[in-house]
Structure formats: structure tokens, C-alpha cells
Design a protein around this ligand. Structure first.
Ligand code: SF4
Ligand code: SF4
Length: 328
């Protein structure tokens, strides 16, 4: 049997439920790790079967995006269901490739390196390979001001997985021009409840407490509070508290752990879906302040003077050329 072509693989992935599919060259990704100090390359996962990185994206529902509160649990659950669908589609694609003679493996967004955990729950945890960077290498989009993936179809409002497989098919090209409108837009920074958006960067540990509001750091803190409470009645109240209930529900389903804040994604004007489905609900940003605007103005001024931060230089391969990008 002839190896499946890139077109056949993409058609199968779409049949299985993916909205977007791109194929990156594993060797190119090996040669360009997003953080050279901590290279997490496809070949570190599997030396034999990482010749291609097939990146699949599923859009989150517009209905959940139109709910404005960043911490509304309907959003967490809807995203969790989209993730479940995409993970199932990825596993189905693995079996489809293997039925054609090519061993394959899923890289889900939920799997972080447990062997790197050093006892500090506050430390930013990362996936085995960066799926946002893989998506850029697979031609699906470019990174934005806070390093979120932007796609022309759905802006940042997508969930990602990847399938590694050394099937000898054609690969996609990276986009050269940035999709992000830069600090003259700055809507991700204006809306961020944790004020974690920087100039082509993000304060990841602070963002993690919003992206994963009932995650391991919150669980560890809550358990510490319970065991160190000397009053037995108060201890019982803590065990029965809403925080315990939310943590239990999150452990049950992953909602509020893997899914969480995505306010920066909701308000981003990039993506064909924004004008059509979202703008009427999301145009106003109540979280915006004069101090945030002053920071954005300083970024615009610095870029106008040709001064780009080191964070841009380090990530320009994936952000793209901002000099030719459209301005807000
Ligand atoms: S996920 Fe939430 S906290 Fe993190 S950058 Fe986006 S808006 Fe800010
Ligand atoms: S909201 Fe604006 S600045 Fe932020 S990523 Fe989207 S286009 Fe870029």
C-alpha cells in the first residue's frame, strides 16, 4: 500500500472532527526549539516516529466565548468537551495511520513532564512539545502579543493536539507575516484579569493561576490550609467548602484544570469568526484601565522607534514579521 498523502491525512483528520490540520517537518522542529535552554523536540518523545508533526485544531464554541466572565464554569466544561473530541479524533488518526503501516503517537495538551516536577506547585509546567509552536511550523497561524496562537479562521479560539508519525508525506509552510495587530490593538492585554500580558511575552506562572484555576497549585494550597487548621469545626467547614467541591469536580473531569481562563482569546479580533459571531458581545472590555493603556502606548512608541524587546527577537520565527502585519 502506498503511504498516505498529506491531503489524505488532512481529509481523514477533518472527517474525524478536526477543524484545522497542518503538517510540520519534525526535523525542522528539532532544529528550531522554541526555548533552546530547554529544547522539547519531537525526537525527544520518540526518536523513530517523529518525522512529521500533524497538528490538529478544534474551535471552541462561540456560545461559550460569548459568556463574558473569565471564570464561568460553563466555559471550562465546554472547552473540556471540545478537548475530549479532539483527543479522540487524534487517537483515531493514530490507528488509521498504523493500519497503513506507520506507527504514530498522540501529543495531548494535557500531558506535562511529571519527571521534571521539583516539588514546587507554583512552577510553570509545560507540555512535551509546545503545541502552539508546532501549529506555527505546520502553517496554521502565528503567535500574538501574549504568545497565543492566532489562526485566520478562529483567531486564538482553538484547542490543539499533535500526532507524531514518520509518514513520508508533504509538509506545510510557516507563514512569514504576523497575524497579530500588535500593541496598537492590545485587546488581550486590556482584558487580562491577571494583567499578565507583556510586550510579545507573558508572565506564565501568574497566568497559570487563571488558566488552571483549580489546578495542582490550588489543590496543594487548599490541602495545606485544611491540615494546618487547628480548629476541628473550621477544618470540617474547609473540607466541605465550595473550593473543595470545585476541586473535586475538576479532578473528575479536568474542567478548571486543563481548561480555564481564555479571556485573551475571547476578545482577540483576529479570526473570521470574530466579526461574524462574537463582536456584538465582546467589543467592550470592562477590565481595561488607564495604566494598561499607558503600557500599550509605550510599546507602540518603542516599536515606532525601531526598538523591539528581546522577547520578540527570541520568538520572531513564530510571531512572524510585524513590520508587514496589519495595524489595529
Ligand atoms: S489566559 Fe487569562 S490570565 Fe492568561 S493571559 Fe489570557 S487572559 Fe490573561
Ligand atoms: S488581541 Fe490584538 S494584540 Fe492581542 S493577540 Fe489578538 S491581535 Fe494581537
Amino acid at each position: 500500500m502506498a503511504p498516505p498523502t498529506a491531503e489524505a491525512i488532512k481529509a481523514r483528520a477533518r472527517e474525524l472532527g478536526a477543524d484545522l490540520v497542518g503538517i510540520a517537518d519534525g526535523k525542522v522542529m528539532d532544529a528550531h526549539p522554541p526555548d533552546p535552554r530547554d529544547p522539547r523536540r519531537p525526537s525527544d518523545v520518540t526518536a523513530l516516529d517523529a518525522g512529521r508533526v500533524i497538528v490538529m485544531a478544534k474551535r471552541v464554541s462561540a456560545g461559550s466565548t460569548r459568556i463574558l466572565a473569565w471564570n464561568d464554569r460553563h466555559k471550562y466544561y465546554n472547552d473540556e468537551l471540545a478537548l475530549t473530541l479532539l483527543e479522540t479524533a487524534s487517537l483515531e488518526l493514530v490507528y488509521w495511520l498504523e493500519d497503513r503501516g506507520f506507527p504514530a503517537i498522540v501529543i495531548p495538551p494535557t500531558h506535562v513532564d511529571p519527571w521534571r516536577y521539583d516539588g514546587d506547585p507554583e512552577r510553570h509546567q509545560t507540555t512535551l512539545i509546545s503545541l502552539t509552536h508546532a501549529a506555527v511550523e505546520a502553517g496554521l497561524g502565528t503567535l500574538g502579543l501574549n504568545l497565543q496562537l492566532l489562526t485566520p479562521e478562529f483567531g486564538p479560539r482553538v484547542i490543539l493536539t499533535a500526532v507524531l508519525c514518520s509518514v513520508p508525506c508533504a509538509t506545510d509552510q510557516r507563514r512569514e507575516a504576523a497575524l497579530c495587530l500588535g500593541p496598537s490593538c492590545g485587546r488581550c492585554l486590556k482584558a487580562c484579569p491577571g494583567d499578565t500580558v507583556r510586550h510579545w511575552d507573558r508572565d506564565w506562572p501568574t497566568c497559570d493561576r487563571y488558566r488552571s484555576p483549580h489546578g495542582f497549585a490550588t489543590l496543594a494550597e487548599h490541602l495545606e490550609r485544611i491540615v494546618s487548621e487547628p480548629d476541628a469545626a473550621k477544618q470540617k467547614t474547609l473540607i466541605r467548602s465550595e473550593e473543595s467541591f470545585n476541586l473535586w469536580q475538576s479532578i473528575l473531569r479536568g474542567a478548571g484544570v486543563i481548561t480555564g481562563c481564555r479571556r485573551c482569546e475571547d476578545v482577540c479580533p483576529v479570526g473570521a469568526d470574530y466579526e461574524a459571531m462574537l463582536k456584538d458581545a465582546l467589543e467592550d472590555i470592562p477590565e481595561h484601565t488607564a495604566a494598561k493603556q499607558a503600557r500599550l502606548d509605550a510599546m507602540v512608541e518603542a516599536e515606532r522607534a525601531g526598538d523591539r524587546p528581546a522577547s520578540y527577537t527570541a520568538q520572531c520565527r513564530w510571531i512572524g514579521d510585524i513590520s508587514v502585519a496589519p495595524k489595529a
